[in-house]
Design a protein around this ligand. Structure first.
Ligand SMILES: [Zn+2]
Length: 362
């Protein structure tokens, strides 16, 4: 399961208000939309928030808990008076199971990833077939049986059609949570069944604070500052920005701007080694260009993403003399190239195309 539990407090604080209307409606009408769609940029925390929400759904003391029969409380106070909370209690049976990673009544479906667990593939059909076999069953222990389809925008036609039939007639007390960074890739017939909850990109301060929390990431303050700004609101992207490979590639891209003839061929070789590397190059070019653009527009008032490279970048900006129209056009052409990196093309040719805007001279 590719999600963090419990999610960082910064993440919950930022995203949880999005769930407020859902809780309000449940408290008022005891009704919950059966298909939720969590959208937002990749790595913003959609899956972690899904687990956070499921934790609350399952908690025995939450507003979602099933009210027990009166005979269970022969001598105690009437159960209706037990306060129900909008935050998981952390102490009941369900909460303790969650803290041990035991999620009864949760079915988690996610796409396959590559060996390093980084690059996402598409969903395989098998989990969807397995799901169909369980449809006759109600929740075993919790008030709901929850199915999470993580990265639902990576379902192929077959999986999408298979789940559509289920969503059209969801079994009683089943709840579906889909997550997607690009909801335009979902079938319109699936979209129309979903209640969409949008998660906004995280701000750099929050990302910085989350990076500091993670003991697995080698925390170097200088890198983390750049990473939190270059992340575009995504924790995943921030973590990738901390890696050695990113720093090495960034230096080479800056080097290419300073000395095109010497670096060009070597860099093509180096970035055409795989999809992840091409994407990383585009991410870096984008944030470097944003620095140049914002410096051009705001001058000294600009807060640099690549703060540690401010001096060389100003020098490059002055020498290239690109105006803001030119910089915006280059950013657009990068966005355009990003759409093609998923295709199987000659990697070297693609690498040349990706670097082309860097090489154009006025
Ligand atoms: Zn609880």
């Amino acid at each position: 399961m590719n999600a963090t539990f419990p999610a960082a407090p910064e993440l919950i604080e930022w995203h949880a208000p999005r769930l407020g209307p859902l809780l309000d409606r449940f408290e008022r009408d005891q009704a919950l939309h059966t298909t939720l769609l969590f959208t937002g940029v990749e790595g913003v925390g959609k899956k972690s928030l899904a687990l956070h929400f499921i934790h609350l759904l399952f908690c025995d003391r939450s507003i979602f808990a099933t009210v027990e029969e009166p005979e269970d409380s022969l001598f105690g106070a009437p159960l209706e008076e037990t306060p129900r909370t909008r935050v998981a209690c952390g102490e009941c049976g369900s909460c303790i199971r969650a803290s041990r990673g035991q999620w009864l009544d949760l079915i988690w479906i996610e796409p396959e990833t590559d060996e390093e667990g980084k690059r996402l593939g598409t969903h395989k059909i098998k989990p969807f077939r397995d799901l169909k076999e369980k449809l006759g069953l109600g929740p075993a222990e919790e008030p709901f049986r929850v199915v999470v389809i993580a990265d639902a925008d990576r379902m192929n036609q077959e999986s999408a059609n298979s789940i559509l039939k289920v969503l059209e007639e969801p079994p009683k007390n089943w709840l579906f949570i889909l997550t997607a960074s690009d909801s335009s890739r979902l079938l319109p017939t699936i979209l129309s069944r979903c209640m969409e909850i949008k998660f906004s990109p995280l701000d750099p301060e929050r990302i910085f604070s989350i990076l500091k929390r993670d003991p697995s990431s080698e925390f170097a303050s200088r890198r983390a500052k750049v990473a939190s700004r270059a992340a575009m609101g995504s924790i995943t992207r921030a973590k990738s920005c901390l890696e050695e490979e990113t720093w090495e590639l960034r230096d080479r891209l800056i080097g290419l701007l300073s000395n095109p003839a010497a670096e060009w061929m070597r860099l093509i070789e180096s970035i055409s080694t795989g999809q992840a590397r091409l994407n990383l190059t585009l991410d870096l070019m984008e944030t470097l260009l944003m620095d140049l653009l914002s410096h051009r527009i705001k001058g000294d008032a600009h807060v640099w993403i690549h703060e540690d490279q401010k001096e060389p970048l100003i020098e490059i900006a002055d020498r290239l003399g690109w105006d803001s129209t030119r910089l915006i056009r280059t950013l657009e052409s990068i966005a355009e190239r990003r759409r093609h990196t998923g295709l199987t093309l000659n990697a070297k040719l693609l690498a040349q195309e990706i670097l082309a805007p860097w090489m154009e001279r006025p």
